[in-house]
Design a binder for this molecule. Structure first.
Ligand SMILES: [Fe+2]
Ligand SMILES: [Fe+2]
Length: 177
């Protein structure tokens, strides 16, 4: 399949929290790529993978046992981040790379943000979500701009970025209501 970029594609359906994956969607990647391109892709995937671990952990520790609509929303967001984490872990292994063994540090940061904001209540949770997700969207944009991704991976990054954008608008709406 030709390796063309899909930049500027914006029609991602963010109501799909966990897109379907078929057996044939998995691929061994990077065989004919230049070392410099591979190096950039590796660095990008490692960054995305660790950031998603942080995102999962933030939402995880914001959820309480209360049977509320707010918790339902947080659980959906956590699931969405778990999908992103899976996306980048798969891509790492498809390229023959391994996850960052020090990613537990991002777990700790996620726990700090998640549990820290939970103590201060709903507003703090929403504000933390908006802040972290805005950073993520910028980070994704930077990585999309500076790295020559393969087409499949680019589409995944764009979809995941659209999801983060969706999280921002959801939390903003809830904060204003
Ligand atoms: Fe994410
Ligand atoms: Fe997100």
């Amino acid at each position: 399949m030709p390796d063309r970029n899909t930049q500027d594609q914006t029609s991602y359906d963010i109501s799909i929290v966990r897109p379907r994956m078929n057996h044939d969607d998995f691929e061994i990647r990077g065989r004919d790529m230049e070392p410099a391109r591979l190096k950039a892709i590796k660095k990008g995937l490692l960054t995305l993978h660790t950031l998603e671990l942080m995102a999962i952990t933030i939402y995880r520790f914001q959820i309480t046992s209360e049977k509320s609509e707010f918790n339902r929303q947080l659980i959906a967001a956590m699931c969405n981040e778990m999908t992103h984490y899976q996306d980048f872990q798969v891509k790492l292994y498809e390229y023959g790379f391994k996850p960052n063994p020090l990613r537990w540090a991002f777990w700790i940061v996620g726990f700090t943000f998640g549990f820290g904001s939970r103590i201060f209540g709903k507003k703090a949770i929403l504000k933390t979500g908006i802040w972290v997700e805005s950073k993520a969207v910028d980070h994704y944009a930077e990585l999309l701009k500076t790295i020559d991704w393969d087409e499949d991976t680019r589409k995944i990054i764009e979809k995941d970025q659209a999801d983060e954008d969706g999280h921002i608008s959801r939390w903003k709406t809830m904060l204003e209501s």
